[in-house]
Write a protein that binds this ligand. Structure first.
Ligand SMILES: [Zn+2]
Length: 588
């Protein structure tokens, strides 16, 4: 673990666990600590807690707990050295070069950073083409026509890939070999002739950045009638389209602040919404959302307004995305924009024609997804039995995905009313579908409910935190063997050893030597509400333990006396009994 003086230790001191965890879990301040929904088990009410003071986290539901590294290791499914690197990068601390990497790993890392570098160069190249060439001027005129001014073009890094077919290739070729060029996805290889050529030609380019803001791909829109209208980078070692949401790098802060996301289809839509001053927008950049994208979004907010294009493809994409969002327990609303004139309106067109305020107003009124779906179902022919069945078949899969039973039932009633379907019939269809569905995966946290006495809890807390006297306290406990026989004995033993050393306590290191249930109990105690400890209180806790110890001894003595009244040591036992009784009486 983080040894004193090591790089890991240094990073840990500088890193703020709340900030790091906050990138994965939405945290709310509760008292001195922060809490949120546990990322390690399914839950509806937060039992996941982070302490900025102790720099540790603990989940009262599933029992996961530890320091910032334990968190990142569990979250990113990585080993300790990788976790140190991740935390250091998040906190802007330069990581010293690792020597012990495997050659394969090193090569992959090198390749990745070369590809990122290549994308950066391509970006500069595309931007220059848009600004300084005749062809670029045409492209700029097109953009201006779409209402994109110079500032917006610059802000979103919009560029232009010329029609020549090898301009970018010629630009990059002196520095990179053919294999790298092809691997980057920026250059394609002609299948028959084996010749290399630019992937993007005569297209407006939009840099696509990873969550951390590195350009990892491009989206490109045809300037003329070339097909396809939109062309993206292929999957590469640095880009997987299901892992990236367009505009995420710029939306992060706003997502957290506003606690909802607007989900649009394409980069033009995201730019239009963002440009209107609404920054919490991301685009799926594909027909519908993928699971990793939902997980990425879920780290920032669980409320989503889906605002896809109103065409049939957009509708289908909306519905597929809804399904997936519901499964992941998101709160979803659907913003379906009305036509502008006789044109179906995507967010881009709508904001250009009707303005930001009108958009915001509709956003506020956007109905919950079930209302949207009911409205869709009502467009079907409901006059016949078959039509109703079709509408019901359309709705059922969505209703099934609502994780909350009460909600599910409420919506069933509502649907029955709105579609004029016999309610018992609808309910039986629901039950039937539920039976066919695979049962939900639920983590049932093993309840701890251990009866550690308040005195023990207090002393444990003091041993962990009372910088002023924990060493002294440990000595008291150790000398009189006061914690022996307690249910918390192992926790005390570990804390006493740690405290006697005089070093500051690392809860995770103590936790690491404990069995699972003891480790959990320790973390629970560390997160309890508690007053500042004092030496007086410590002493009264010690007295309470002494008292308990005397009682125990008395009981033992009494047992020995009764077991063998003729024993030669009877005299000694009786004296001991007298002495213990005196002590107990004095304490009362
Ligand atoms: Zn948990």
């Amino acid at each position: 673990m983080a040894e004193a003086g090591s790089f890991a230790e240094k990073v840990k001191q500088q890193a703020d666990i709340v900030r790091v965890v906050g990138e994965y879990v939405r945290l709310k301040k509760t008292g001195k600590d922060f809490s949120g929904l546990c990322p390690f088990h399914q839950e509806k009410t937060p039992s996941f807690t982070v302490s900025p003071i102790k720099q540790i986290f603990y989940c009262f539901g599933c029992g996961k707990g530890g320091d910032v590294y334990n968190f990142v290791m569990d979250m990113e499914k990585c080993e300790f050295p990788e976790a140190v690197k991740v935390v250091a990068e998040k906190c802007g601390i330069a990581v010293p070069r690792q020597k012990e990497r495997s050659p394969g790993e090193r090569k992959e890392n090198q390749q990745r950073s070369v590809l990122v570098e290549m994308h950066r160069e391509a970006q500069t190249f595309f931007v220059k083409q848009l600004q300084g060439t005749a062809e670029g001027n045409l492209a700029r005129a097109y953009l201006e026509d779409r209402g994109l001014d110079k500032a917006t073009i610059e802000r979103f890094g919009i560029g232009y890939a010329p029609s020549g077919g090898d301009s970018l290739l010629r630009h990059l070729k002196p520095k990179y070999n053919d294999k790298l060029l092809v691997d980057s996805g920026l250059v394609s290889r002609d299948q028959s002739a084996g010749r290399l050529f630019d992937r993007f030609r005569r297209r407006i380019t939009f840099p696509i950045s990873s969550e951390s803001g590195k350009i990892v791909a491009f989206g490109a829109r045809a300037l003329g009638d070339d097909m396809p209208k939109y062309l993206n980078s292929p999957e590469t070692p640095i880009y997987s389209k299901s892992n990236v949401l367009y505009h995420m790098d710029r939306a992060k802060e706003a997502l957290r602040r506003q606690d909802f996301a607007i989900l649009v289809e394409g980069y033009m839509d995201a730019i239009a919404v963002s440009r209107a001053g609404i920054s919490n927008v991301v685009a799926s950049c594909g027909t519908s959302l993928a699971e990793p994208q939902i997980k990425l979004l879920g780290r920032f907010t669980r409320r989503v307004f889906v605002n896809y294009d109103p065409d049939t493809a957009g509708q289908a994409a909306t519905e597929r995305s809804l399904s997936l969002l519901l499964e992941h327990d998101f709160e979803v609303r659907v913003l379906a924009l009305p036509p502008v004139g006789d044109k179906k309106a995507d967010p881009d067109l709508f904001i250009r024609e009707r303005g930001k305020d009108e958009y915001l107003k509709l956003l506020k009124e956007a109905p919950p997804y079930v209302d949207y779906l009911i409205a869709r179902a009502r467009q079907m022919d409901l006059t016949t039995g078959e039509g109703k069945q079709r509408a019901l078949n359309f709705l059922l899969p969505y209703i099934q995905k609502i994780p909350n039973g009460i909600m599910r039932s409420e919506w069933a009633t509502r649907i029955a009313q709105q579609l004029r379907i016999d309610e018992p019939l609808l309910r039986s269809a629901l039950t039937k579908a539920a039976k066919e569905r695979r049962s939900e995966i639920k983590t049932r946290p093993e309840l701890i409910g251990r009866a550690a006495k308040p005195v023990e809890r207090r002393l444990i807390r003091m041993l962990a935190e009372a910088q002023g006297f924990r060493q002294e306290l440990a000595k008291h406990l150790q000398n009189a063997r006061l914690y022996h026989g307690l249910e918390t004995e192992k926790i005390f033993a570990a804390l006493v050893i740690a405290s006697l050393s005089g070093q500051p306590l690392q809860a995770t290191e103590v936790g690491a030597v404990l069995e699972e249930r003891d480790r959990r109990l320790l973390f629970e105690i560390l997160f309890e509400e508690a007053n500042e400890p004092t030496w007086e209180e410590a002493m009264s806790c010690i007295e309470a333990l002494q008292h308990r110890q005397a009682e125990q001894e008395l009981a033992d003595v009494q047992r020995s006396i009764e077991a063998n009244p003729a024993a030669p040591e009877m005299r000694g036992l009786l004296e001991k009994k007298q002495e213990l009784m005196r002590r107990l009486a004095a304490a009362r």
